[in-house]
Design a protein around this ligand. Structure first.
Ligand SMILES: Cc1ncc(COP(=O)(O)O)c(C=O)c1O
Length: 400
């Protein structure tokens, strides 16, 4: 029986509560200039070489990096079908077309070997997702993109601070997007940020969504003189409080991530004698941060369908869910040929591009959706007793 509970996330440290209170008391509920202090802290965290832009959400950050690089109608973006839908809906929202490559069914991450054959003459970029806090092979994908003249984008929304070959994720692509809604490893209230290697791409993105007041005064004056600065904008203005909470949580992130990792490795060792349940191997060179704990389930070892196994866990105090029960390319609302569904704006662009995902074969993603289960993983302090309780509950549920 799991009786231990993880610390509240994001952590309510006294200095965080005090700073939030003074921000509200000062009346800065909204700041038209955005969040320059949070951007500066994130810039330093990510190595100091990237433009950082704090926006209203991870979805907005994804749209910003796509638009900043000139992606638009008719362009294809190759991405993973095994992700939170926002990765894909951001592509659709700017008029582009998502195409999907397969994943490694163990790790749940894009399989670099599957990508080359999926590229078409219309492919402009690859958008990989560091899902569940696990880095995808961004170094290998960057080599592929460079050799084909493509852009590489990273969705790091679940992986703040995760590393690949010693470098933090977000450093491999031409740009990266992160969500900072409260459940994420770096969470405030709502919010997100974009990293740009190319300042010109960042500025193109600002022109789509940054309120005029947020630009440096001399740049704003120059753009205004060209007639480019006006009130047309996509509404990515952030919540001041969310930005401040994320800034104050940032100094603790590495320590919290280390605890997430240590707890995960402890669980991995304990799972050695739990039939049918395992933690997938770390991707080569990766230091994952385990935003959600995604475990593999093999019903042949238990003679118990996954749903029954998960139902047995609940009374043992273990809440689980299947995070991606259907790979994105199989979602009904992407099928524009189905006349019975309510209209969705993206049907038109998929129809015009002649894309029918029913024709797409992605066996790795189908298998992953059918053979894993997930749980929240905000164990941001060492929790050896909780790991032992969790493993015992899993062992009890797996008993024939
Ligand atoms: C992988 C991934 N991408 C994008 C997003 C979108 O972020 P937001 O909800 O802040 O818009 C999320 C989280 O919700 C996510 O998990």
């Amino acid at each position: 029986m799991l009786t231990e509970t993880p610390p509240l996330h994001p952590r309510r440290r006294p200095e965080i509560l005090a700073a939030a209170q003074s921000l509200l008391a000062e009346g800065a509920w909204t700041r038209l200039e955005g969040a320059p202090e949070t951007e500066a802290a994130l810039r330093a965290f990510h190595g100091g070489e990237r433009e950082v832009w704090w926006v209203s959400s991870g979805t907005a950050a994804l749209e910003a990096i796509l638009l900043g690089h000139g992606i638009g109608p008719g362009d294809e973006i190759l991405t993973t079908p095994y992700t939170w839908g926002a990765t894909v809906s951001a592509i659709l929202a700017i008029g582009a077309v998502p195409l999907f490559a397969d994943i490694d069914p163990l790790t749940g991450l894009l399989d670099p070997a599957d990508l080359p054959a999926r590229l078409t003459p219309r492919t402009k970029a690859i958008l990989g997702v560091h899902l569940f806090g696990r880095p995808f092979a961004a170094d290998r994908l960057r080599t592929l993109c460079d050799s084909r003249g493509l852009l590489l984008f990273e969705d790091g929304s679940q992986a703040h601070g995760a590393r690949l070959h010693g470098r933090r994720v977000g450093a491999f692509g031409h740009a990266a997007a992160f969500s900072c809604m409260a459940y994420k490893p770096l969470g405030g209230t709502e919010g997100g940020y974009a990293l740009f290697a190319d300042p010109a791409a960042a500025e193109r993105a600002y022109l789509h969504g940054k309120h005029p007041r947020g630009l440096a005064p001399e740049r704003a004056a120059a753009l205004a003189a060209q007639g480019l600065l006006d009130s047309l904008q996509l509404g990515w203005r952030p919540c001041a409080l969310g930005a401040e909470l994320a800034r104050l949580a940032l100094p603790w992130l590495d320590e919290e991530n280390a605890a997430r990792r240590a707890n995960a490795e402890h669980l991995r060792a304990l799972l050695a004698d739990v039939p049918g349940v395992s933690l997938p191997p770390e991707p080569p060179g990766a230091e994952s941060v385990h935003h959600l704990m995604s475990l593999l389930y093999d019903e042949r070892a238990t003679d118990l369908p996954r749903a029954d196994f998960l139902a047995r866990l609940r009374p043992l105090g273990v809440e689980t869910f299947v995070y991606i029960p259907t790979p994105i390319h199989r979602l009904r609302r992407l099928d524009w040929t189905d006349p019975a569904q309510p209209p969705v704006f993206w049907h038109r662009q998929l129809r015009e591009a002649g894309i029918r995902y029913a024709d797409t074969r992605l066996p790795g993603a189908e298998r992953r959706s059918a053979t894993s289960f997930e749980m929240a993983w905000n164990w941001t302090e060492p929790a050896p007793r909780a790991m032992e309780q969790l493993a015992s509950a899993l062992r009890a549920a797996a008993r024939r």
